[in-house]
Design a protein around this ligand. Sequence first.
Ligand code: PEP
Ligand code: MG
Length: 559
Amino acid sequence: MQKLMGNAVYGGIGRGVIKFFHRDEVVISKARVVDTLRELRRFAYARNEVIEELKQLYNQAVTEVGEDEAQIFMIHQMIIDDNQYVSSMEKLILNEHCNAEFAVVRTVKVFSKMMSDMSSESEYISERIADIRDVSARLLRHIQNRDEKVFKLEEMSVVCADDFLPSETIMLDKSKVAAICTSYGSANSHTAILARTRGIPCIIGIGEELKETLENKYCIVDSYSGIMYIEPDNETAKLLDHKEAVEGRKRELLTRLRGRKNITRDGREIEVLANICDLTDIESAKTNDCGGIGLLRSEYLYNNKEDYPDEEVQFYNYRRVLTEMQGKPVVIRTMDIGADSDLEYFGFEHEKNPALGFRSIRVCLSRPEIFKTQLRALFRASVYGDLRILFPLIIDVSEIIRIKEIVDEVKAELIHDNKPFKDNIPLGALIETPAAVMLSDLLAQNVDFFAIGTNDLEQYSNAIYRYNPNFEQICPDDHICVLRMIKMVCDNAHAHGIKAYICGELGADTDYTEVFLDLHVDGLSVTPTNILTVRKTIRSLNLSDRRQVRQNIQKHLKC
Ligand code: PEP
Ligand code: MG
């Protein structure tokens, strides 16, 4: 038995014979054409064929995988219709007297370079480059009058490749695909997204060890753990059978609850949103049927980097979340980074207690140039959905006032630069310090919503460093202090007509779901995989017995 490891994209168990997918790569060289008008006609004919083919593929994909995933072919149609793209090729044919094939190859090169120069690290840009390559390969095939190579599978197969072009995965015959494994690729690539949507177990980034010498070997793919078992022994096969049964039961429960309301038996409704750490979590948030994103921790854009992320990178990332959520609310928290972050480019001074020092909104307010870049990107992205901006570690109203001044400066700059944005984006305070709790009546008059960050609130109110290995032993396990704070924050929020929701881990603790509902918390934002359990609990509750509700509050809050 051989084991290969990679990054799990969509959890499942797939069994089949390994088959490598080959693309028919062709070598294109430059040739001089005398009759450029004839060459232009050859190009135009091929382009029309591509347009027709993409329309058909779109219709086929809509029926097979749904409107959302079929959008790939819409994007491809937009590319083949794009003036710049088309005229670049036409100009090359006319001005350089080159063959149409060469014009395509050169255009792809120029466009890819131009786009990666704009933002080499943006997943969004990499995907658009992949789309241009994909459409161009199709165009080349039509110019050369070659038939599309059909990748025919005769038996249940684990389909392997270096990576797939977006349209290649969608064309795979799902009835024969047990799993997809690639050497490279990112969790946000179309391959990954489509595998998730089609429910195909998928592992990416296995690396060079995924060799063609494995062709035709039997394999079990465990994409819950990101492991390929090649020629597995009996014991492993049995363990994986068991895992599949357990996970299958969990998933069945999930599908039954999708689309249902987060409503108690007596009709109290509450929002259940997702906390996500980067773009790769969006899919899970969607699969688990979140009501929106309650917290996007934007630090991922700054972590493991050599320099500050520029406005474009940030803009593409925020826009991506907003478009993916299709009008559902998306709360993006401005960066929460401090001296404990190990990021040299921030040039932080060493601090003895970074958790109590120069971090988060304090960094943003003392270095407005960094803050403004993020705000510009956020405001520009705001036109793509229902964006709300959340400011962390607030301890005073004066910070909100200063934030709003900076926001106004950013808006004025965007107007000056002719960049569209929404003017009325809700601005919220993350209530995660005792100071913010005690001032929540005043803060409520200055912001549009509250998010209660119970993780830091536990740390700061109980005076226990949150990464202290003995945290659980020291912290009172009834959470009474934080529960009382939640009550105070909710009361103050509602007295001033704004909403308050919980986005710390406590929000997902179903022992307290009833208490949160009793306290009229407006929403719970939890890790995507917890959405189902929280929803199930909400749907099992009945708050109509007032006496019992009062007892419950008394029991937990002792008041
Ligand atoms: C919190 O403190 O509860 C919170 C939501 O933010 P983080 O865990 O990122 O500090
Ligand atoms: Mg926090």
